[in-house]
Design a protein around this ligand. Structure first.
Ligand code: PAF
Length: 294
């Protein structure tokens, strides 16, 4: 695997691949790679000729109160994992390369859809940071497709909308949520969970799945289901950010006749913010999160 730090060099490396018409796939990450990331790379490999992974801890998507400097950085281990799986290229720029004029005057890509609800409400500016860095990565790599985890369902919805709005010829692919043996969704932030809280944090996934089951069985009392799930989580001592039943295509609050549903949730432990979701398509009964959003 070749590692590139500069935009100029990764571009000239990719140029012949583009010219030969090879399919290039990009998997953007912030590093601290876990099984979920590896499955995204595997998915990218299966669907393309050349796979580029990027590692960049993007300060623009962290709020002032969030710990950008404490985000886990495990570059050497990440490289070993990427080599083992046969990733072709790693693009790992530093801040100066990505934001040479500083953050304050950096042009932004703003996607007003979906960004002030759910995670966007408690993380103002977060999605603007994501859409800005992802569009820069798209411009640098010029991928034919890009793979994002479905755990960050709101993020992939925003990116799909940005790609559509900006007429970018890039296919956005969703990768299944990968889970630990007890069901906890894999996340780089799981390292922040305190050991005494670890056995209890699966309550997020369990509550969302319970809501999903009730929806699949025809329960339409969305608010009641959300309240019940929140109560279950709070009873274990966690703070609930939101539990919300939405239309999975529009991310609007679910309406009685919606068939494509998703229940999304976020909660705070003492030192981590965890998110998860469960997708339900009523026509086909309940489906699990391993299926890509069509
Ligand atoms: O999901 C992430 O890790 C980040 O939000 C992304 C897409 C790499 C942008 O920085």
């Amino acid at each position: 695997m070749l590692i590139f730090r500069s935009i100029k060099h990764i571009r000239s490396q990719l140029q012949p691949h583009h010219e030969r018409g090879q399919r290039v796939s990009l998997v953007p990450t912030m590093g601290n790679l876990h099984g979920g990331h590896i499955s995204l790379i595997e998915q990218a490999k299966a669907q393309s000729d050349i796979v580029v992974c990027s590692i960049f801890v993007n300060s623009l998507q962290f709020a002032l109160t969030e710990e950008w400097d404490q985000y886990p950085r495990t570059f050497e281990t990440d490289c070993q994992k990427l080599r083992a799986i046969g990733c072709d290229y790693l693009f790992a720029p530093d801040d100066g390369e990505m934001y040479p004029n500083g953050l304050a005057t950096q042009s932004r890509v703003v996607c007003p859809s979906f960004t002030d609800i759910l995670c966007g409400r408690s993380r103002p500016g977060h999605f603007e940071g994501v859409t800005t860095v992802v569009s820069k990565l798209f411009n640098i790599i010029q991928p034919d497709e890009s793979v994002f985890g479905l755990k960050d369902f709101q993020q992939i919805s925003v990116i799909r909308r940005m790609v559509e709005d900006m007429c970018l010829p890039i296919k956005i692919v969703g990768g299944a949520i990968c889970r630990e043996p007890d069901g906890l969704a894999m996340s780089s932030r799981n390292v922040f969970i305190r050991s005494y809280e670890r056995p209890k944090v699966t309550v997020l996934k369990e509550s969302l799945f319970e809501v999903g089951q009730s929806l699949a069985e025809g329960d339409k009392d969305f608010c009641g289901l959300e309240r019940h799930a929140s109560k279950r989580i709070k009873q274990l001592g966690f703070e609930v950010d939101y539990i919300s039943v939405r239309n999975s295509l529009t991310l609007e609050e679910a309406a009685i006749n919606d068939r494509d549903l998703i229940v999304l949730g976020a909660m705070f432990t003492k030192s981590a913010r965890l998110i998860d979701n469960f997708i339900i398509r009523l026509d086909n009964k309940s489906r699990d999160d391993s299926e890509e959003k069509k």
